[in-house]
Design a protein around this ligand. Structure first.
Ligand code: AMP
Ligand code: ZN
Length: 486
């Protein structure tokens, strides 16, 4: 097992040696998407970064339980316990049931992450599936004296909590300043303190998503779901908790408070935060109106885009930046990533064509060491990419007959590429996957033609409908059958 991994812990504001609580087991919780609308490319950056971390931990020999939730209830606009419920608002707009909205955007989220070739988490729990656990946790927090009821809504008492614990431990802010800077907002009269936040919110007559509780009908606040679900699947204390940087100041700060107020334990040993994807320096977000949908990026169908870029080009572009650096979107940067990714894939396609020699002009061990060292240094993917380009240069040199490589070194080179390009970065060769898809489709269309000639219409229809359900439309004409993606 690789035991030299250093990771940056937001809690201590420094890099620390990764020492799991119960090695080789690792528990990792990452805040998932709020599924009231499509995920944008910024959201994808965060999930791609944690996919890299998940993959590298596995490569390092750990047995990881990776929990990434789906927020499908309790998210109010402004995140300050007032404002409309985002799900209800969207449901009204699209004339759907709130749970139809949840289903639609959860499926869309999965489709997008599949295109980026990310691994599914070990558990993907939903807020609506864990209402009982959230109610139980709120009861415990109240029993411990850290929450109070006000007209059917339960608030967390930040001042009471701060007598024993440090509310700003994650972001190192000054509590007095925060109190002074927090605006007076609606619902304030129900709260004892300005920083208090809702654990359970009383349903209004028009509230669609509502559940029975000891305090009447209502729904959970956003923060409690992650505390309840992380404790359920990973225990009161686990190894890594992650999410985008924008979550640290409120969502994660409140999660720590809730968990400590319930179990008197700081939930995660390491808190990890990914930096933001920006457009012209502004954070990509739904509200700023600068959030591309991944499909727009792939097709080029957006005013800011000069052309489309493939999923793997976009993923490569993201991996070329460290997860804690901001990454600014631009057509030029993506163009450069496209060239770089092609260069890497071209070299990889030559690997199997190299003939080993008796002796070697190249040693691969130093490259492998540098890659491991870079990943052990807080998952430094851009440094790994520079090393992979060095490996590509060796491949091209040998292919061009300008250098030789021994069988042993060639094996190492192949292993290096398999480990870092495919297993850890989760990249794939889009050209060959397209070639494979084309040949499989040609064969299936051929089988359908044979079925039709044999008047076996049940089979030919089954093939057509089956492909249709996968998003592939067949078109018959005198010239034959063609297909396109619906
Ligand atoms: P949301 O669906 O808004 O709750 O966001 C899902 C995840 O995406 C959270 O971890 C956010 O921190 C993260 N996120 C949101 N905007 C960006 C961005 N522009 N760049 C990177 N991550 C983001
Ligand atoms: Zn969360």
């Amino acid at each position: 097992m690789n035991t030299g991994l250093q990771l940056y812990n937001t809690l201590t504001r420094k890099k620390e040696l990764f020492e799991p609580l119960n090695a080789p087991h690792v528990g990792m919780y990452v805040c998932g998407p709020t599924v009231y609308s499509d995920v944008h490319l910024g959201n994808c950056r965060t999930f791609i970064s944690f996919d890299l971390i998940f993959r590298y931990l596995k490569y390092s020999g750990y047995k990881v339980r990776y929990v990434r939730n789906i927020t499908d209830a309790g998210h109010l606009e402004g995140d300050r316990d007032e404002g409309d419920d985002k799900f209800a608002k969207r449901a009204k707009l699209e004339q759907l049931e709130p749970m139809e909205i949840v289903q639609k955007y959860t499926l869309g989220f999965h489709d997008v992450l599949r295109m980026f070739n990310t691994l599914p988490p070990s558990i993907e729990p939903t807020a609506t599936g864990h209402i009982i656990e959230q109610i139980e946790m709120i009861k415990e927090i109240m029993n411990n004296g850290y929450a109070y009821e006000s007209n059917g809504t339960i608030y967390f008492d930040v001042e009471k909590y701060s007598e024993t614990y440090n509310y700003t431990i994650l972001t190192n802010r000054n509590l007095e300043d925060m109190l002074a800077n927090t605006r007076e907002l609606g619902g304030q009269n129900e709260k004892r303190g300005r920083l208090d936040f809702a654990l359970w919110i009383k349903a209004k007559p028009e509230t669609l998503m509502r559940w029975a509780s000891p305090w009447g009908e209502g729904f959970p606040g956003w923060h409690i779901e992650c505390s309840a679900m992380s404790a359920k699947y990973l225990g009161a204390e686990f190894d890594i908790h992650g999410g985008g940087m924008d979550l640290a100041a409120t969502h994660h700060t409140n999660e720590i408070a809730q968990s400590e107020a319930c179990s008197h334990k700081q939930p995660a040993k390491y808190w990890m935060h990914t930096n933001m994807l920006t457009v012209n320096g502004t954070r990509m977000s739904k509200s700023a109106g600068n959030g591309f949908l991944p499909e727009q990026l792939f097709s080029g169908d957006h005013a800011l885009l000069e052309k489309g870029f493939s999923p793997m080009t976009v993923k490569f572009f993201m991996l070329q930046a460290h997860y804690r650096s901001t990454l600014d979107f631009s057509n030029e940067a993506l163009d450069a990533s496209e060239k770089g990714f092609k260069r890497l894939m071209n070299a990889l396609s030559l690997l199997d064509k190299l003939t080993p020699a008796e002796s070697s002009d190249f040693e691969i061990d130093p490259i492998i060491d540098n890659c491991v060292k870079a990943m052990n240094d807080d998952f430094n993917s851009p440094v790994v990419i520079a090393e992979l380009f060095e490996a590509s240069r060796i491949i091209n040199t040998v292919y061009d007959g300008k250098g030789k490589i021994s069988a042993a070194e060639l094996d190492k080179l192949k292993q290096l590429m398999q480990d870092f390009v495919y297993d850890i970065f989760g990249l794939k060769d889009e050209e060959t996957s397209n070639i494979a898809l084309n040949s499989v489709l040609d064969m299936v269309i051929d089988l359908r033609q044979t079925a039709k000639e044999n008047k076996d219409y049940a089979t030919s229809d089954k093939i057509r409908l089956g492909l249709q359900s996968m998003g592939i439309q067949l078109k018959d004409s005198k010239e034959g059958t063609t297909w396109n993606k619906a």
